[in-house]
Design a protein around this ligand. Structure first.
Ligand SMILES: C[S@@+](CC[C@H](N)C(=O)[O-])C[C@H]1O[C@@H](n2cnc3c(N)ncnc32)[C@H](O)[C@@H]1O
Ligand code: SF4
Length: 382
């Protein structure tokens, strides 16, 4: 059976963080029952057309899925297990915000089948949490991590670094605190300014500065170095894990495997009748729910992804991984050999500059290359 990763999007948050451009909405009243009915309907519709699949992972992402009623999470997991074959060791992750967690909720998510939680901590520094517009304290975040570790077999948390005026010494100290609390996985993101966010406006007005390129590179290198001391390897641009602790769900994206996206704004790449389809659902929760009520699904766009685009996407995702791209898998997924998908002169130059490595089996970016993917890829991909 063709494996499938299943993504379910929960589009609500208690407040909007100034840096965030994820599809998240602050609602006065979250329509829990209507959302569950629509998510179930869209999942059933997608399952009917996909046919038998082996679901290797389910990911409840957001927004803030820890605002979902635990019963809804359990119902959707049970639906997925009915519609598909759920792998025996399926990874079932839920993203949680420390603000929206109570002990009872975590236990109920676990009882419903969630076996991994990913907590948005962002920082252990009170001032930084305020700057990032977070509604929780460092103490609350630590309590959430400790509670999560007691309840779930696997746990990860997110931090944002390369913040204004952050020194390398301060980041190393904060990171060491994080690593002392970490289990087998951490996501460590450099702060990026996303168009349309409050930070984009403030940054545009010069109200704060970000680390320059050299400091950002030093912070990135310090991150891998500190993580390594605690046995966590950088396996993707922003993700660090002990061997075996990698997020299997996210690996499916980076390895460019099939994933179905359910819920407002969710994206998918699914093979239907031997062709790869890109799917995108309507972003606005109300509009999405209305579409689901009318058609059984809230698709806004769906198109076939043809070989040159498949190759570009597989390159974009695969070079984020430390393991790189398996050439045989690339050829099969992209419908063309990797060597035909890249500009040969640029490939050679990138190898000579120490940004890429090419063996008989893999193309991979070096740590230096992974920091420059945004610049490399447009030139590299044909
Ligand atoms: C969908 S959010 C996660 C979960 C949850 N809503 C929360 O905030 O706790 C995924 C993660 O992306 C990261 N993130 C979002 N926007 C970012 C940005 N502009 N720069 C760096 N990291 C960002 C944050 O670490 C965040 O926890
Ligand atoms: S970072 Fe998380 S809580 Fe903040 S707006 Fe984005 S999704 Fe919502």
């Amino acid at each position: 059976m063709n494996p499938l990763a299943l993504y379910i999007h929960w589009p609500f948050c208690l407040s909007k963080c100034p840096y965030c451009d994820f599809n998240s909405h602050v609602a006065e009243r979250i329509p829990q029952a209507e959302m569950l009915a629509a998510l179930r309907a869209e999942l059933a519709w997608e399952a009917a057309r996909l046919g038998p699949r082996l679901v290797s992972s389910i990911f409840f992402g957001g927004g803030t899925p820890s605002l979902m009623a635990p019963d809804s999470v359990a119902t959707l997991i049970a639906d997925a297990a009915r519609f598909f074959t759920l792998a025996e060791n399926a990874e079932i992750t839920l993203e949680a915000n420390p603000t929206s967690i109570e002990a009872g909720r975590f236990a109920a998510y676990r009882a419903g089948g969630v076996n991994r939680v990913s907590i948005g901590v962002q920082s252990f520094d009170a001032q930084a949490l305020q700057f990032l517009g977070r509604q929780h304290s460092a103490e609350q975040a630590i309590r959430a991590i400790e509670l999560g570790a007691k309840i779930f077999p696997r746990i990860s948390f997110d931090l944002i670094y390369a913040r204004p005026e952050q020194t390398e010494a301060a980041w190393r100290a904060e990171l060491r605190q994080a690593l002392s609390l970490a289990a087998d996985h951490l996501s460590l993101y450099q702060l990026t300014i996303e168009d349309g966010t409050k930070f984009a406006t403030l940054y545009g007005r010069g109200e704060f500065l970000l680390p320059d390129e050299d400091l950002a590179a030093a912070l990135y290198e310090a991150t891998a170095e500190e993580a390594q001391k605690f046995g966590l390897q950088s396996y993707e641009v922003s993700n660090y894990a002990k061997p075996g602790g990698e997020s299997r769900h996210n690996l499916a994206y980076w390895r460019y495997e099939d994933y179905a996206g359910i819920g407002p704004g969710a994206h998918g790449r699914v093979t239907l009748g031997g062709r790869l389809h890109a799917t995108a659902r309507h972003k606005a929760p109300e509009a999405w729910m209305a579409l689901v009520a009318r058609h059984g699904h809230g698709t806004q766009r769906e198109e076939e992804v043809c070989p040159p685009d498949r190759a570009r996407e597989a390159l974009l995702m695969g070079l984020r991984l430390e393991e790189g791209i398996l050439l045989s898998r690339f050829a099969q997924r992209a419908g063309m050999a990797l060597i035909d998908a890249v500009e040969e002169k640029i490939l050679i130059a990138c190898i000579e500059e120490g940004y890429l490595t090419l063996t008989g089996t893999h193309l991979a970016a070096t740590p230096q290359g992974r920091q420059r993917l945004d610049a490399l890829l447009p030139a590299l991909a044909r």
